[in-house]
Design a protein around this ligand. Structure first.
Ligand code: SF4
Ligand code: SF4
Length: 326
């Protein structure tokens, strides 16, 4: 059996991450720290612990088994169930992930995030969905976290999937060596390339890393002839201006090769519970979700440049919206 890697979720019947019905495999660990991240559980490379305040009855069993005094004492549930109380069960800086507390909790309030799985185990799960791929043009989408941060494992998984005749998408932020991308795309049908911002300073400020390598990789990738869907998460106060979309459409149309389509993804804050379960502060939780229909105007900017553009990235988008402008 191959080396194992931490998986946060294998999501079935996904329809927004490549064509047809997809089985999304989410790897744990990402070199970016996007402020709006909708999957905060995938950021860290190590396992995490969810503590769900609504399920916790404050019985104290977890505290009794913790060898590191990393559990706060029981406090009345009517206080601790309010996120505004600021109460957290786990003092994470003291926790060494021994997982004793999870075994001790009988109420389902504690759980591990990140399951070690081998390529064979992942593919066994993915193959269960094969009947749904055949008529929909679907397959497996490798996502994260960031698959290129685990290049050897990702290459092995993608190549085994291809050997089994499974359609593959790679969802990447492009922050990696060109060699990693080059080796991976050999086993990939479509690259879903996440583009956050074309300005270096803005990118650095909200993701924690420079975009120089990302833009260069996108440019080189476009020259390979591989099918690329650029995905832009449209984030209020970051990249939601018409000027940004005009400049980005210009940038994409000046690439040396081609991009097949552009997907605009609306910001939402449905993930705020996950931040709370992980004991993380999320300073965007008060930012209102964007109504997807508001993104049709920016999408037209890309269509006018000749790109196929969608709002939401559905693999079953209606033909009218997929049509390129003439
Ligand atoms: S996993 Fe962390 S909090 Fe839980 S018992 Fe172990 S050290 Fe304590
Ligand atoms: S064992 Fe579970 S229910 Fe009891 S205090 Fe700990 S987290 Fe809460």
């Amino acid at each position: 059996m191959s080396k194992q890697i931490l998986i946060t979720e294998i999501q079935r019947f996904a329809v927004n991450d490549g064509p047809g019905f997809r089985t999304n495999v989410f790897l744990k660990g990402c070199p970016l720290q996007c402020r709006w991240c909708h999957n905060p559980e995938t950021m860290g490379e190590l396992p995490d612990i969810y503590w769900k305040r609504r399920l916790c009855v404050q019985c104290g069993e977890c505290m009794d088994v913790c060898p590191n005094s990393a559990i706060n004492p029981p406090t009345p549930p009517d206080v601790t169930r309010m996120p505004e109380s600021g109460y957290q069960k786990i003092i994470r800086a003291r926790c060494d992930l021994c997982m004793n507390c999870i075994k001790a909790c009988q109420y389902g309030a504690l759980s591990i995030v990140g399951k070690p799985m081998s390529t064979e185990e992942i593919l066994e799960e993915v193959e269960k969905d094969r009947p749904f791929y055949n008529n929909s043009g679907g397959g497996m989408t490798l996502s994260g976290g960031e698959p290129t941060a685990h290049a050897d494992f990702s290459i092995e998984l993608l190549s085994l999937a291809k050997q089994k005749g499974i359609h593959t998408c790679l969802d990447t932020n492009g922050f990696c060596s060109w060699t990693a991308i080059q080796q991976m795309i050999e086993h990939v049908d479509i690259v879903l390339f996440d583009l956050k911002h074309i300005d270096a300073a803005n990118h650095q400020k909200k993701t924690g890393v420079s975009n120089i390598m990302i833009l260069k990789n996108l440019s080189r990738l476009s020259e390979t002839g591989k099918e690329i869907w650029v995905r832009i998460p449209v984030i209020p106060g970051f990249n939601d201006t018409i000027d940004f979309h005009i400049r980005t459409a210009e940038f994409l149309s000046n690439l040396p090769g081609t991009v097949s389509r552009v997907d605009l993804l609306a910001y939402h804050n449905w993930c705020q519970d996950k931040y709370d379960w992980l004991g993380m502060d999320w300073n965007m939780k008060e930012v209102e979700a964007t109504e997807p229909s508001f993104l049709e105007i920016p999408a037209d900017i890309y269509r006018e440049k000749g790109f196929t553009a969608t709002v939401g990235g559905s693999g079953f988008e209606s033909p009218e919206k997929m049509v390129k402008s003439q």
